[in-house]
Design a binder for this molecule. Structure first.
Ligand code: NAP
Length: 282
């Protein structure tokens, strides 16, 4: 039976450290501030935004929410981003995705000041990750790396396989594992012999968005299995991309869903906001 990686516990301990750092800054009269922008009324986005605000409050950070109606124009949203770029008490800006269809999310991301881009989606920050000179890391892959570190799982020299090539998870995950000296393969929907590839992995990261897609037959005995997926199973219950029950006896370490990677994502956002504030006040 694999060691179950406790994302909640790791996240709590990271947040304690962030809270201490925030308190030290507050003693000097500096409070890190995050602006969260939500457009429309997507229920999942609403939950994420609420959790982000709650996370800020828990570590003593300041946060502002801008809830805009669905019919907000791209121009209006860009104006708000520009205002936040210049707002002194705001160090991080997060525009919750997805945006309504009439708004070009690329234009909005491009408008966020790279210094305040705590999601690390701006092309400048993406480019920095490519050359290993980054200020911010995208929150979910950064959370995965923190989990590996917390469990002393060394990536160097390991065969790492990432399933999924999204800009938010798969691609930056590839870069971070590579920078940690893993030998990395990325798979996607056009990969031939997916099973052959995943069975080579010492560290397997699933970021697909398909409930229980990764079965025991896709996993090497003793592999570390990291499940980024957040899905609903046939009974409406939250589950990952990995068939946890089938894989847990084959893996050496495994993240559960919920309680694995998920809790780390907002924690990494708080970490990025703290870094942005530090950078601004150095
Ligand atoms: P995405 O943009 O939909 O990307 C999914 C990736 O999976 C694509 O690259 C796709 O390949 C690949 N894929 C789909 N079907 C496949 C198949 N049959 N075989 C191999 N690859 C396949 O999703 P995402 O935004 O990266 O998110 C992935 C999952 O992570 C979702 O469940 C999402 O909810 C979750 N997530 C969790 C967190 C968190 O905080 N834990 C954060 C972000 C996302 P193609 O490129 O060829 O289409």
């Amino acid at each position: 039976m694999a060691v179950i990686i406790d994302g909640k516990a790791v996240s709590l301990s990271c947040r304690e450290k962030i809270k201490e750092e925030v308190a030290k800054m507050a003693a000097k009269g500096i409070v890190p501030g995050l602006a969260v922008v939500i457009v429309g009324d997507n229920p999942a986005s609403r939950t994420y935004v609420n959790n982000k605000k709650k996370g800020c409050a828990e570590v003593g950070m300041y946060s502002e929410e801008y809830a805009l109606p669905e019919e907000t124009t791209q121009e209006e949203l860009l104006e708000l981003v520009e205002k936040l770029n210049n707002k002194e008490d705001i160090h991080g800006i997060l525009v919750q995705l997805p945006l309504p269809k009439h708004i070009d999310d690329k234009a909005v991301i491009a408008a966020i000041s790279p210094q305040k881009d705590v999601d690390a989606f701006h092309t400048e920050n993406v480019g920095r990750i490519m050359i290993g000179e980054y200020k911010f890391l995208p929150c979910t892959p950064a959370g995965v790396m923190e989990l590996l570190k917390a469990y002393n799982i060394d990536v160097a020299g390991k065969e790492c396989v990432v399933i999924g090539r999204s800009n938010i998870v798969g691609k930056p995950m590839l870069m971070l594992l590579l920078q940690a000296n893993g030998t990395v393969t990325i798979c996607h929907s056009r990969t031939k012999d997916l099973k052959e590839t995943t069975r080579r992995a010492d560290i397997l990261v699933a970021a697909i968005g398909k409930a229980k897609f990764v079965g025991a037959d896709m996993v090497k005995e003793g592999a570390v299995v990291i499940d980024v997926g957040i899905n609903r199973d046939e009974n409406g219950k939250l589950c990952g991309d990995v068939d946890f029950e089938a894989v847990k006896d084959k893996a050496s370490y495994i993240t559960p869903v919920p309680g694995g990677v998920g809790p780390m994502t907002i924690t990494m956002l708080l970490k990025n906001t703290l870094e942005a504030c530090r950078d601004e006040n150095k």
